[in-house]
Each structure stands twice: as structure tokens, then as C-alpha cells.
Design a protein around this ligand. Structure first.
Ligand SMILES: [Zn+2]
Length: 136
């Protein structure tokens, strides 16, 4: 059937009753739809770029939840730092106590384990060597 195209007003041979545009105008309208879709996509991407640029410049404003969370984490970091320092101190004291044998006690230990008094045994030699290496 012959119809008049709603867009260009030219006559065209419509093979279906619902067709209101000639083939050229129909193709063009589809292309316009694609262009509009791409324009929306570009707009979205530009908005995203702008947002990240703001973040990169440090202009990004934190909302109340973020601020609260950061404060909680900062307090936790402070707590952990305090705990860490306290544990370091305890460890230092512990190490000192573990390796420090009072001088006179050390001398008596050397006398007691001396290889001469133990038939030059391997064990006496090892212990004497350790005491000499860990002299306090
Ligand atoms: Zn047309």
C-alpha cells in the first residue's frame, strides 16, 4: 500500500499497515536513538570523571557516617599504638631478665659445670661454652 511518510512527507510503499516512516526515515530515526543513547552515556562518564577529579583534588566532602567511622578507626589506632608500646616494654624487660644472670651466680655456674669436673664430657663443654657466650 502507498502511504505518506510522517517525517519527509514522501510517498512510500508500506508492506505493513503500522509503518509510518519510509525506509530512509526509519533508518535515520534508529540512528538518532543510538546517538541519543551515546550522548547519555558520555554525560554519565563525564559526571563520573568530574566526581573522581574532585576526590583527587581533595574537595570530596565526607558524609557524617564516614567522619564517624574515621574517628572510630583513629581511636582504635591510638589504642593499638598504646598496647604495642606497652608490649614492647614488657618484652624488653622480659629479655633483660631472661639473659641477665647475676655476676657472682654466673661465676659459680662456670665453676660447677667446668669440664674438668665432669670428665671433660660433651655436655659440660657445651654448657660452659654457652655460659661464656652469654656472659652477663
Ligand atoms: Zn521519509
Amino acid at each position: 500500500m502507498i502511504k505518506v511518510c510522517q517525517s519527509c512527507k514522501n510517498e512510500f510503499d508500506a508492506d505493513a499497515d503500522w509503518k509510518k516512516l519510509c525506509f530512509d526515515c526509519w533508518i535515520e530515526s534508529k540512528e538518532k536513538g543510538k546517538v541519543a543513547e551515546l550522548e547519555r552515556e558520555i554525560f554519565r562518564l563525564n559526571a563520573a570523571i568530574h566526581q573522581w577529579q574532585e576526590v583527587a583534588r581533595g574537595n570530596f566532602t565526607l558524609n557524617a557516617d564516614d567522619t564517624d567511622r574515621i574517628q572510630r578507626l583513629e581511636r582504635r589506632i591510638d589504642q593499638l599504638n598504646t598496647e604495642n608500646n606497652s608490649l614492647r616494654m614488657k618484652l624488653m624487660v622480659h629479655k633483660e631478665q631472661a639473659t641477665s644472670i647475676p655476676r657472682d651466680m654466673w661465676r659459680r655456674l662456670i665453676q660447677l659445670v667446668h669440664p674438668d669436673k665432669h670428665g671433660n664430657s660433651e655436655s659440660a663443654n657445651e654448657v660452659t661454652k654457652w655460659l661464656l657466650n652469654n656472659r652477663s
